[in-house]
Design a binder for this molecule. Structure first.
Ligand SMILES: *[C@@H]1O[C@H](CO)[C@@H](O)[C@H](O)[C@H]1NC(C)=O
Ligand SMILES: *[C@@H]1O[C@H](CO)[C@@H](O)[C@H](O)[C@H]1NC(C)=O
Length: 489
């Protein structure tokens, strides 16, 4: 029944049916459930004092003294992945993605009954960024460090690892992390404008200051905060985040200053000359290109690369059809590509355009169908028959590389579990994790679509907050496409 509706819409659009028919339209996945699960995941990653309405009950309060050694309250925020470090750069990117998704697809998220949860997920991050931004030119950008954290396998509730906090300031700048945090806060200020105008103003105030700080005191944050280097080093530099911050501040304020900044610097900062094939916590150029129309030709390069329609530079694919950028946590690139393709397909639809690539012309429905094919692969339409979204479908990774999920919950066992005790008793077990990390998107299969569900296989079984963040809105959009009543309203 639903299928008929979808097909009718496609016929009436008179777009290239030939290409579309190559992509199977399977309606076997429950996208509304995937959406709910994706937002639940952010509750698993919460650091700090958990609220009364916390739904993930295998987690408990943790890291309640973060920042105390440095005399600052840094309680809250998100643990990044399977470890218990709070990394500022990917955390901010996560919040930018979530906010962007709500800005574009808030209606669809609302229709699926998940709007309040989406806002909660954003606010858990933005509340923390406000705390971390203690002075106009000072931002706390990390708590804990990868080296000491990785030495232990402990629940966040038991942590005995270093919780030292690290900052950037005028002497030790970090334009990338400050720029991304400005982008996150500016985007979130748009999200909260209607429901919480005072909070929205506060977010915007911090965003403006942080952008100024990022621009005035220029430098890569991993030169200032050495412990970030081996984990979230800023390889692409800070120019992309400065443009990204300006673009989001322009969207949030409509002030010409930000547009002017963007237009004046776009060329020098590399945004117009880089033909890039990834969008990630490190590299934001494509995001900038997609939002700003003057960059369209470069944005097209990225989109065409995802669709395999550039003459030379395309994104690789596995035999099973999954976009493949690199081995370690490849799913992050699949998730961001699915988001941007979905976004752009709706842009094409609204403006009655098609995308002109070197090897062909693509209409909005084909582009959306391709994004859907990637999400369906994630949810189980793949050679392993595995859903890489934890908790979804009959078959999903059960040994996610995640400290909290792999150890008996604090609710079940309030006894202290020490640093190496976790490795000895929990890490090496062959059994599934005692707690299901619902909604986590793991690193995913290798270039041959193969996947080993083993805890030590962190390249494939670890999940990161920005993986799932990119998919929230896509699930909502796919759910809408399944629901004829919502789609026609
Ligand atoms: C999808 O999952 C939700 C639970 O999240 C459930 O209520 C709904 O009935 C499911 N839809 C279908 C079509 O199975
Ligand atoms: C791409 O390839 C086609 C066919 O081989 C050729 O006609 C076209 O000029 C190429 N475009 C670019 C930009 O190289």
């Amino acid at each position: 029944m639903k299928k008929g509706k979808v097909e009718k819409k496609i016929v009436s659009s008179s777009l290239s049916l030939a290409l579309l028919s190559l992509i199977p339209f399977c309606e076997c996945f429950n996208y509304s459930q995937a959406l709910s699960q994706s937002l639940l995941y952010f509750e698993s990653q919460r650091s700090g004092r958990l609220p009364y309405n916390q739904r993930v009950t295998w987690r408990h309060h943790s890291a309640l003294t973060d920042g105390i050694q440095q005399g600052v309250d840094l309680v809250g925020g998100y643990y990044d992945a399977g470890d218990n470090v709070k990394f500022g750069l990917p955390m901010a990117f996560t919040v930018t993605l979530l906010s962007w998704g709500v800005i574009q697809y808030g209606q669809q998220i609302d229709a699926a009954g998940e709007y309040a949860h989406a806002l909660d997920a954003i606010k858990w991050g933005t509340d923390y960024f406000i705390k971390a931004h203690t002075q106009p030119n000072l931002l706390w950008v990390q708590v804990g460090d990868g080296d000491t954290d990785h030495y232990c396998w402990q629940r966040p509730e038991d942590m005995t690892t270093s919780r030292r906090a690290y900052k950037v300031d005028a002497n030790k700048p970090g334009s990338d992390v400050a720029g991304e945090t400005a982008a996150a806060l500016a985007a979130a200020s748009i999200v909260f404008r209607r429901t919480n105008p005072r909070y929205s103003q506060l977010l915007l105030h911090h965003a403006k200051q942080l952008f100024e700080f990022a621009d005035k005191y220029r430098g890569k944050y991993d030169d200032s905060v050495g412990v970030a280097k081996g984990y979230y080093g800023s390889v692409s530099g800070y120019m992309d985040e400065l443009l990204w911050g300006a673009v989001w501040l322009y969207r949030a304020t409509q002030k010409d200053d930000y547009l002017k900044y963007f237009l004046e610097n776009a060329n020098d900062f590399g945004g117009t000359t880089w033909a890039i094939t990834e969008f990630s916590w490190d590299v934001k150029y494509v995001g900038v290109q997609i939002i700003s129309s003057m960059y369209r030709s470069k944005a097209e390069h990225y989109l065409c690369a995802c669709l395999n329609l550039n003459n030379a530079t395309n994104v690789g694919r596995t035999p099973g059809g999954l976009l493949y950028v690199r081995q370690w946590n490849n799913m992050q690139y699949v998730a961001t590509a699915s988001f941007l393709l979905t976004l752009y397909s709706d842009h094409l639809l609204a403006t009655h355009q098609r995308l002109h690539c070197q090897k062909g012309v693509v209409g909005p429905h084909e582009m959306f169908a391709f994004a859907k094919s990637q999400v369906d692969y994630i949810l189980g339409s793949n050679p392993m028959g595995m859903s890489y979204l934890v908790g979804s479908g009959p078959n999903f990774p059960e040994r996610v590389h995640h400290r909290g999920a792999s150890i008996e919950s604090f609710r079940e066992n309030k006894g202290f579990i020490g640093c190496t005790q976790g490795y000895d008793n929990w890490y090496g077990r062959a059994e599934p994790n005692p707690n299901v990390l619902v909604g986590a998107l793991v690193g995913g299969p290798d270039i041959e679509d193969q996947f080993k569900d083993e805890r030590r296989n962190y390249i494939q079984t670890e999940a990161c907050t920005y993986n799932t963040a990119a998919l929230v809105a896509v699930f909502a959009r796919l759910h809408q496409s399944q629901s004829p009543f919502i789609a026609s309203s």
